[in-house]
Design a protein around this ligand. Structure first.
Ligand code: SF4
Length: 169
């Protein structure tokens, strides 16, 4: 499998192939295949793509996505920084309107990213650990997020393109 990691190219394709990506979503939704079988294909492709991409060469999610934390994660994240949860909230977080039980990073790039690496890696929240979420179940029900991440995450870009090749083209 050929892997593309050029973020400029991936961004351009995110715009250029937007219609195509939605059409492929429609195709996947109508595909006569159990969701768990589609998951198995996605997980296999994801493992191969992930093994060929070095996230520290990219770190684009930390530059373009406002990661969220719940209260327990705020306490743990602050602990890792040796500051209080209140200080973390005041200096770095804002309310997350989409998920009112959580707060999110106030500014991008993430202020805890240094030289493309997380300076609080062992205390990072679930959102960061799980991104770009392609190892999870029910891929078919999370395609909106997949398409919105296609133009900014090389892993998502390559997995979605390989999936098109295997199932569609
Ligand atoms: S998860 Fe995607 S966007 Fe984030 S660093 Fe890895 S390849 Fe880049």
């Amino acid at each position: 499998m050929n892997i593309t990691t050029d973020l400029n190219y991936i961004r351009k394709m995110g715009t250029k192939r937007e219609n195509e990506n939605w059409q492929f979503r429609t195709f996947l939704k109508k595909l006569d295949m159990p969701s768990r079988d589609i998951d198995a294909i996605v997980h296999r492709i994801n493992e191969e793509v992930t093994s060929k991409i070095d996230c520290t060469e990219c770190a684009n999610c930390c530059k373009e996505i406002y990661m969220s934390m719940d209260q327990a994660e705020i306490v743990d994240f602050a602990d890792g920084l040796n500051i209080s949860a209140e200080q973390l909230i005041t200096q770095y977080l804002v309310k997350n309107k989409e998920e009112p039980s959580k707060m999110k990073i106030a500014e991008l790039p993430c202020p805890f990213l240094k030289n493309n690496k997380c300076t609080n890696y062992n205390h990072r929240p679930k959102d960061c650990r799980s991104y770009p979420h392609l190892h999870k179940k029910d891929f078919i029900f999370r395609l909106f997020g997949v398409i919105s991440n296609y133009g900014r995450c090389p892993i998502v870009f390559n997995v979605y393109e390989q999936l098109k090749k295997e199932l569609w083209q």
